[in-house]
Design a protein around this ligand. Structure first.
Ligand code: 2RA
Length: 342
C-alpha cells in the first residue's frame, strides 16, 4: 500500500532531510506534496526523477493527504489541526504540541506504544531530548535513573541555515582579518548577537523559569513525558558550539541500582539505533564529524563515576537533523504503517 504524503517546510534543512530519507528508506509514497510558506512557494525541487513545485501551505493543501510530515516552525500550530480535520495524520517536529496531554511524544525505539493513543497529531521531541534518551532508555530500563546532569554541545545547523552561513562567514572573515559580524546567534529574534566562530554560546533559545533556557527545560519536561517518570531529576546546560552538524552531550547519571561500565556498554550495543564507539586505548570515541549524515546515535567514554553511589558518565553524539528530527519523524510514520495505524 502507498500513501499520499505532504511535507510542510520542504525547502528547509529538515524538509530536505525528509526527502533524502524517503528515497533512502524506500518510503511507500504515492503522491508527494511539497509545501512551504509563501516565501518559498514556486521553487522547484528535483526528487526521484520528477520535478516538484513547492506550493504555499494552506488548509486545503491537506485534502487527500494521509501522512503529513511537518518539519517544524510556527505554521504547525494552525495547520496541524487543519490537516487532521481533513483526515491526515500529522507528525510534527515543532514544539507546539509536545506537552499537550492529548498528543503522544514519541521516539519509536523508546516509547512506540504511545503512538496508538494519537488523535491525529504525533509530536517529534526536541533534538537534544531524542539524542539523550536514545542512550538513556536501555540504562533506565535496567537500573532506573535518579538524576541526570547533562551539558550539550549543539551544532549551528540546529539554529537553521542562517546560523550555518554565519559560522562560515565568521571563520572566513577571521582568516582574512576582516571585521567579524554577528547577526543571528544565539537567536535571530534576540536583542543581542554574539560571535560563534572560535567561541561557545551558553544560551539556546530564550530564558524561562529560574534562568534556565527553553531548550534546557525541553530536555526536562520531554524526558519526563516520554519515559512516563516525573521523579527523574534533570539538570541541563545547553551550549551552542562552532560545529556545523551533530549535537554532542556529556551526561552524568546517578542510577538507583548498580550498573558497571561494561554492562552499560552491552545494554547500549544491543539497543536499536545506538552504536557504541568506546575504545579509549585506540582513541575511539564519538565525534560530531563522524556521526553527521548517519542514522545511529553514538555513545562512548562510558565510565563509572565513583564520586556518587551507582554513578555513570557517558558521551553521546547524534545527527540532530536525522535522528534528532527527520529520521525520528519518518520512523514514527513507518511504525504506523507497519501496525495499520494509518
Ligand atoms: C537547536 N534544539 O539545536 C534546536 C533545534 N531543534 O537549536
Amino acid at each position: 500500500k502507498k500513501y499520499n504524503v505532504a511535507i510542510l517546510g520542504a525547502t528547509g534543512a529538515v524538509g530536505k532531510e525528509f526527502l533524502e530519507l524517503i528515497e533512502e528508506r524506500n518510503f511507500p509514497f504515492a503522491e508527494l506534496k511539497l509545501l512551504a510558506s509563501s516565501r518559498s512557494a514556486g521553487k522547484k525541487i528535483d526528487f526521484m526523477g520528477k520535478t516538484y513545485t513547492v506550493e504555499e501551505a494552506k488548509p486545503e493543501s491537506f485534502d487527500n493527504v494521509q501522512i503529513a510530515l511537518f518539519a517544524g516552525g510556527a505554521a504547525s500550530k494552525t495547520l496541524a489541526p487543519e490537516a487532521v480535520k481533513r483526515g491526515a495524520v500529522v507528525i510534527d517536529n515543532s514544539s507546539a504540541f509536545r506537552m499537550d496531554p492529548k498528543v503522544p511524544l514519541v521516539i519509536p525505539e523508546v516509547n512506540p506504544e504511545a503512538i496508538k493513543e494519537h488523535q491525529g497529531i504525533i509530536a517529534n521531541p526536541n533534538c537534544s531530548t531524542i539524542i539523550m534518551l536514545m542512550a538513556l532508555k536501555p540504562i533506565y530500563d535496567k537500573a532506573k535513573i535518579k538524576r541526570v546532569v547533562v551539558s550539550t554541545y549543539q551544532a549551528v545547523s540546529g539554529a537553521g541555515k542562517e546560523a550555518i552561513d554565519e559560522l562560515e562567514n565568521q571563520v572566513v572573515a577571521h582568516i582574512q582579518r576582516a571585521p567579524v559580524e554577528a547577526n543571528i546567534l544565539p537567536g535571530a529574534s534576540l536583542p543581542k548577537h554574539y560571535q560563534i566562530a572560535f567561541n561557545l554560546l551558553p544560551q539556546i533559545d530564550v530564558f524561562v523559569d529560574g534562568d534556565y533556557t527553553k531548550e534546557e527545560m525541553k530536555m526536562v519536561h520531554e524526558t519526563h513525558k516520554i519515559l512516563g517518570d516525573h521523579t527523574i531529576g534533570i539538570s541541563p546546560t545547553a551550549v551552542r558550539v562552532p560545529v556545523f552538524r551533530s549535537h554532542s552531550e556529556s551526561i552524568n547519571l546517578e542510577l538507583a541500582e548498580p550498573l558497571s561500565a561494561q554492562e552499560a556498554r552491552e545494554l547500549l550495543s544491543a539497543f536499536p539505533g545506538v552504536v557504541v564507539e568506546d575504545a579509549p586505548a585506540d582513541m575511539v570515541y564519538p565525534m560530531p564529524l563522524l556521526t553527521s549524515g548517519k542514522n545511529d546515535v553514538a555513545v562512548g567514554r562510558i565510565r563509572e563515576d565513583k564520586s556518587v553511589p551507582y554513578g555513570l558518565n557517558i558521551w553521546v553524539v547524534g545527527d540532530q537533523i536525522r535522528k534528532g528530527a527527520a529520521l525520528n519523524a519518518l520512523q514514527i510514520a513507518e511504525y504506523m504503517i507497519g501496525h495499520n495505524l494509518v
